[in-house]
Design a protein around this ligand. Sequence first.
Ligand code: PRP
Length: 183
Amino acid sequence: MGLLLHEGIESVILSEEDIRNIVCRMGAQISDDYADKNPLFVAVLRGAFVFTADLLRAVTVPCSVDFMAVSSYGDGVKSSGVVRIVKDLDTKIEGRHVIIAEDILDSGLTLSYLIDLLSARRPASIAVAAFAVKDIPGKKPAIKPDYVGTHVPNEFIVGYGLDYAEEYRNLPFVGILKPEVYS
Ligand code: PRP
């Protein structure tokens, strides 16, 4: 039998139940805040697709969703803050209440760039829902999300949409990757 994904995981930091509780709470908050606003969720591919799918089903008010794909310029210069739009929205956002859904906020530079870009299209409002915010000692992310699911340690984490070399996104929980996998 081939290698199982779980075998690359050192420890689980968010179980499936933890994730359900977090997303349920976020969905309830957003539903309270956006009654009658028909928000447009913008999922930032690829990582956010799993979180966005769950978040939408935890939201109880009418809403819609669209997708953007971005990538950092160059290899290994992640979080440079300059991102390339690989796939733009199909929806016009002028006058809409936009909620950007992100799986993880690290430096916050990707989101900061996206907020500037989308703000120029004159939405009625723009908010950020981040499933996880990485706690990096001595560093503050460039932006403060309006909705934060949870905080995670500054480790190599995968699962629930988060990848290592495009793998592990399908783990239903969030775990810390064993160093031998990436070293
Ligand atoms: C991750 C994540 C955010 C970004 C956060 O995406 O989904 O978009 O990094 O980092 P920052 O706060 O430091 O800017 P990644 O570039 O790994 O692409 P992916 O979503 O396709 O996994």
